[in-house]
Design a protein around this ligand. Structure first.
Ligand code: UDP
Length: 394
């Protein structure tokens, strides 16, 4: 099956990291079309995946755009639709991995009469989308898509609640190559020292209790919740914030720095920026915190922490609730509540044996449920079925 993958982002978010693995599996017969240039483009090239940047400027339609704003961008979108439709004639299917890519891909599929697959990595709700964009996505999906792959049950339920046809929708979780987590460095202390935990905090690296947060810096990812939680934890509990802004959220970063200063936590919070070496960093943490204030569609970082053998505390909403069984494979805390988060951090801090047992169970669970080889087979089966259905229908 020859696939034209589409993604609007030039940067590496969760959806793009997923596509990186999927497109690798199809690289001898696929093309990834991007609507922006950036680190995702480079990562695809490094894996020898055919890639083409289709749009010369970022599409200005935002998730929260209204009808009028969206219509004003049509002049920019039409040439792109034409280009995608032209290219797609050389492929069996258009596989849209993000929202703008789906809108463009859907209309292009109408012109080129190609199979349309929609991989939904978002919870379609008004938390993140304008009512216009929600209606547009669901209408196009119901009319034109043969298959809607949802990255969690929560994502599927939101799609259906927004009017999406349940018959089209299937849950396929993200998968992870287990070998990437097999030989994580055992030199935890060395890594902690390299990270400057000793110098910056004037602590012995081994006496720091490190809570890692791995995510783009964005208000709804809730880094501010973790920072506030630190004030309710012992002084040697410190936070590593790993990740950078993806969509220009500089005001939020400024706010985080002000918060840290106001709370006097300069020595207890460290920003590492975007890192490629997430697994060893997670393995060097005592706990990974996921603090999204809106429901997380899936939450790759939660599974990654499990695979690294590091205990995880996650915000109790959306896909995260399908990943963590409270007190068995991790902790769940109500979103947006620093005190509750601090309670879980303190349990993990004071009861390392309990935390260790939870992490061990979580690792076994994640290895069994999120093995990339199995997930890829699930997607392959769905794609073949979709293609044969379309061929059968003429
Ligand atoms: N990530 C990364 N480097 C960083 C921060 C995050 O590679 O510095 C990765 C992280 O390991 C995870 C992804 O970005 O695989 C984020 O996915 P998630 O589902 O947690 O959130 P999303 O970005 O999809 O909202």
């Amino acid at each position: 099956m020859k696939i034209l993958f589409l993604d609007q982002s030039g940067k590496l978010g969760g959806a793009e990291l997923f596509l990186l693995d999927l497109a690798t599996a199809y690289r001898d017969r696929s093309l990834v079309g991007l609507f922006a240039d950036g680190s995702f483009h480079t990562a695809l090239q490094q894996r020898a995946i055919p890639v083409q940047v289709l749009a010369q400027q970022n599409l200005a339609i935002r998730k929260e755009s209204g009808l009028w704003q969206s219509l004003r961008q049509l002049g920019q979108v039409l040439p792109l639709i034409q280009q995608v439709s032209q290219i797609s004639r050389n492929y069996d299917a258009i596989y849209a991995n993000t929202q703008k890519a789906f809108v463009v891909g859907a209309i292009a599929s109408l012109l080129s009469r190609r199979l349309l697959i929609y991989h939904l990595h978002d919870i379609l709700s008004t938390d993140h989308f304008s009512p216009t964009n929600l209606r547009l996505a669901v209408t196009l999906a119901n009319r034109l898509a043969t298959l809607v792959i949802c990255n969690s049950q929560a994502t599927l339920e939101a799609f259906v609640a927004a009017g999406g046809n349940p018959q089209l929708a299937h849950v396929v979780y993200n998968g992870f190559a287990l070998e990437n987590y097999a030989d994580l460095p055992s030199n935890r202390e060395t890594l902690r020292q390299q990270l400057g935990l000793t110098n910056d905090w004037e602590q012995n690296a081994s006496t720091c209790f490190v809570v890692g947060h791995f995510s783009r810096l964005s208000p709804w990812k809730g880094q501010h919740i973790l920072i506030e939680a630190l004030t309710h934890c012992p002084d040697n509990v410190v936070a590593l914030l790993v990740g950078d802004t993806l969509f220009g959220e500089t005001a939020y970063v400024e706010q985080l720095h002000q918060q840290i200063e106001q709370l006097g936590l300069q020595r207890r919070v460290k920003f590492l920026g975007f890192r490629q070496d997430v697994a060893p960093l997670m393995a060097a943490c005592d706990l990974v915190a996921h603090t999204s204030t809106a429901p997380e569609p899936f939450g790759r970082v939660i599974v990654e922490a499990m695979l690294c053998g590091t205990p995880v505390v996650a915000a109790q909403a959306g896909g995260a609730m399908e990943l963590v069984e409270p007190d068995v494979t991790g902790w769940l805390v109500p979103p947006g509540q620093p005190m509750k988060l601090a309670e879980s951090i303190n349990i993990c801090y004071h009861q390392p044996d309990v935390a260790g047992a939870i992490a061990q169970r979580a690792k076994q669970f994640a290895q069994a449920q999120f093995n990339w080889a199995t997930i890829q087979q699930q997607i392959d089966r769905l794609l073949k079925k979709a293609l044969f259905c379309t061929l059968d229908n003429g």
